[in-house]
Ligand binder design. Structure first.
Ligand code: SF4
Ligand code: SF4
Length: 236
């Protein structure tokens, strides 16, 4: 791939996925629960964004927002570095107070969602990175995800899969891991289908049941907040 192709691809990909996940600033909802009031997905103690190598090239020529992430000499750091997907690099930005919206990575734009594939390899829709259930406010409030975000998410990943078809395999594998994790927990997988509806999917037989997103479970502190008579008093 030429340098110019890379530029065009990432410029187009970023333009395709501009919409925020929710109409309100979800960072204001989760940050109070994190040390120093930093949104969890912008805090490298919780998540280190993985950038495509071409994406890193695109960004490093345009902004000083990003630097390559150096793994700390800990077991966790080594594990994270070793688990970096092929063709990607781990990167850290200058922090949420210095965010440059135009240069957010694809990982930032899509968080907490990833493209979900069924066991036959069909791309059904989007589900979320389940490790963040206890921290990400959006995961506990799926009804707040806007249709505009979902449509842009699908359009952007269509572009990505056209340019990098091997990415389908990576997300299909990740989806399979989600089925295994949820089967073990005897839980259904929440899915925003490409047809615009929300479903619960059985991780064992993959049967789908249409649901209202507001009926999907909340987790951690957000579960507690939903049981209180005046939940906004502690979630804002
Ligand atoms: S996507 Fe989740 S973790 Fe990131 S700012 Fe929004 S609520 Fe917080
Ligand atoms: S670039 Fe912006 S959205 Fe992405 S991790 Fe940094 S502060 Fe968060």
């Amino acid at each position: 791939m030429t340098h110019n192709q890379t530029n065009t691809e990432f410029a187009k990909l970023y333009a395709a996925l501009e919409a925020p996940v929710t109409a309100l600033d979800c960072g204001k909802k989760c940050a109070p629960y994190n040390e120093y009031g930093v949104p969890f997905c912008c805090d490298i103690r919780h998540t280190v964004p993985a950038l495509y190598r071409q994406e890193w090239e695109y960004l490093r020529l345009r902004t000083d927002l990003w630097r390559l992430w150096e793994a700390p000499p800990t077991a966790e750091g080594r594990e994270l570095a070793a688990g970096t997907p092929p063709g990607m690099v781990l990167a850290a930005c200058r922090g949420h107070q210095h965010c440059q919206r135009a240069y957010r990575s694809l990982a930032c734009r899509a968080f907490p969602f990833f493209p979900y594939f069924d066991s036959r390899g069909e791309w059904l829709g989007m589900s979320y990175y389940w490790d963040y259930e206890d921290r990400c406010w959006v995961i506990s409030h799926l009804e707040a995800v806007t249709p505009q975000f979902a449509e842009q998410f699908f359009a952007a990943f269509e572009q990505l899969f056209d340019a990098y078809p091997q990415e389908r395999e990576i997300y299909a594998y990740h989806s399979q891991q989600m089925r295994a994790a949820f089967a073990q927990r005897r839980r259904a997988i929440p899915l925003r289908h490409r047809n615009g509806q929300w479903y619960k999917i059985s991780p064992r037989n993959e049967r789908k049941r249409k649901v209202a997103p507001a009926s999907l479970p909340a987790h951690g502190v957000y579960h507690l907040a939903k049981t209180l008579p005046f939940p906004d008093e502690i979630t804002t």
